[in-house]
Design a protein around this ligand. Structure first.
Ligand code: AMP
Ligand code: GLY
Length: 420
């Protein structure tokens, strides 16, 4: 079959790598792709936020299956457009993608189905929000309702920080995404990610992971999109996964179906685990980045069969073949990230990296220039390895980094520390 993947980061490189190994895949196109993806698939220049453009591209290229990577096209209704055109599609429509695109909507769903999550209140008015903070006292978590590229959450560990967060969001720092503010109870505990495929009715867990959001070693410094990840997440035991399915994921998909907006795609549940129980922090309507890189290295070619079963509504008959393995990815970023950084610096040594079922360098933000690979973003490479133990996976990943020569780049030296 001919397959189109929308997106151009490390997540899409990992999806493309897994899909490409499955003999069902004849032709693979990724839009827009990147320099790493170009080594295994055709890259196409296409406005992935424009549903009509994606549908015509699929018709012109006889695409049989569309996999949507990032949240922006999902929130913009691209999966609605492709499904309406009769194309087999992986990813929720805009109404179901609100589970990521609106934090207030997710809270409403949790209330309706009884899923455990932080207590909250919502506001469209700064004075009322400030009064609530003064009445409750810190710590509180202040969130812009809409999509804010991962930046719309402010931890109010003191009352002053919480009030400043309210002023920032209502002051327009996140544009329309900040028209409404959700204020949440602060949840203590350990965070982990749970990935569940949903076909509208059935749900199939496909793995757990943990990422490192802070830029510096020891989980210090500013927040980033993720500096590394590993799978599985030891804190998400079988028992807690089962509790999260029964109390959070299954009630959510039942509530979405009841409302006439069934959820089809991957439901990425961010969970807070405390005293052996999970509570929902947030939902994402897409795969995590860089969590997908470790999930795909573990799943390999069967990932395509699972995504197809999801899109075709037959997850009740699908199953995951697990190996007792571990995967870990280290993000290499351009110096300065998550602040200002340089683009266009040359990365040397990529050709020396092993590429096999245990080692893969996924490209997150690269471009080809005069026969060389240059950095083209903040997060640039995802050095990913698989081993029999987490320590083995970690050692393999860091050994790969030793082959690289990229003075303008950096990475954390302690990915996986919490689980090791
Ligand atoms: P979100 O975009 O909602 O996932 O928030 C980003 C990060 O903020 C999460 O990954 C958590 O680390 C943290 N966070 C969000 N909500 C809460 C909460 N209610 N209690 C504690 N930490 C939170
Ligand atoms: N790594 C966090 C995310 O994809 O949202």
């Amino acid at each position: 079959m001919n397959i189109l993947i929308l997106g151009g980061g490390g997540r899409e490189h990992a999806l493309a790598w897994a899909v490409k190994q499955n003999p069902k895949c004849d032709r693979l196109i990724v839009a827009p792709g990147n320099a790493g993806i170009a080594a295994l698939a055709e890259c196409a220049d296409l406005d992935i936020l424009d549903g009509a453009a994606v549908v015509s591209f699929c018709e012109e290229n006889a695409v049989d299956f569309v996999i949507v990577g990032p949240e922006a096209p999902l929130a913009a209704g691209v999966a609605d457009a492709t499904r309406a055109a009769g194309l087999l599609t992986f990813g929720p429509g805009a109404a179901a993608a609100r589970l990521e695109a609106s934090k207030a909507f997710t809270k409403e769903i949790c209330d309706a189905c009884g899923a455990p999550t932080a207590g909250y209140a919502r506001f469209t008015d700064a004075a009322a929000a400030r009064a609530y903070v003064q009445a409750q006292g810190a710590p509180l978590v202040i969130k812009a309702d809409g999509l804010a590229a991962g930046k719309g959450v402010i931890m109010g560990m003191t009352e002053a920080e919480a009030l400043a967060g309210i002023d920032e969001i209502f002051g327009g720092a996140f544009g329309a995404a900040g028209a409404e503010v959700v204020i949440e109870e602060f949840m203590a505990g350990e965070e982990a990610s749970f990935f569940v495929l949903c076909d509208g009715v059935n749900a199939l867990p496909i793995g757990t992971a943990q990422d490192h959001k802070r830029v510096g070693d020891g989980d210090t410094g500013p927040n980033t999109g993720g500096m590394g990840a590993y799978s599985p997440a030891p804190v998400l035991t079988e028992a807690i996964q089962q509790q999260a399915m029964e109390e959070i994921v299954l009630p959510t998909i039942a509530e979405m179906a009841r409302r006439g907006t069934p959820y089809q795609g991957v439901l990425y549940a961010g969970l807070m685990i405390e005293n052996g129980r999970a509570r929902l922090v947030e939902y994402n309507c897409r795969f995590g980045d860089p969590e997908t890189q470790v999930l795909m290295l573990r799943l390999g070619a069967q990932a395509l069969d699972l995504l197809l079963a999801c899109a075709e509504g037959r997850l009740d008959r699908a199953r995951v073949n697990w190996a007792e393995d571990h995967a870990l990815t280290v993000v290499m970023a351009a110096k300065g990230y998550p602040g200002a950084y340089q683009k266009g610096t040359v990365i040397h040594g990529l050709g020396r990296l092993p590429e096999d079922s245990r080692h893969m360098c996924f490209h997150a933000g690269t471009a080809g220039k005069d026969g060389q690979i240059v950095a083209n973003g903040g997060r640039v490479l995802n050095i990913t390895a698989r081993g029999d133990t987490l320590a083995d996976a970690r050692n393999r990943a860091y050994a790969m980094i030793d082959h690289l020569h990229w003075p303008e780049g950096f990475c954390r030296s302690d990915i996986g520390w919490r689980a090791l």
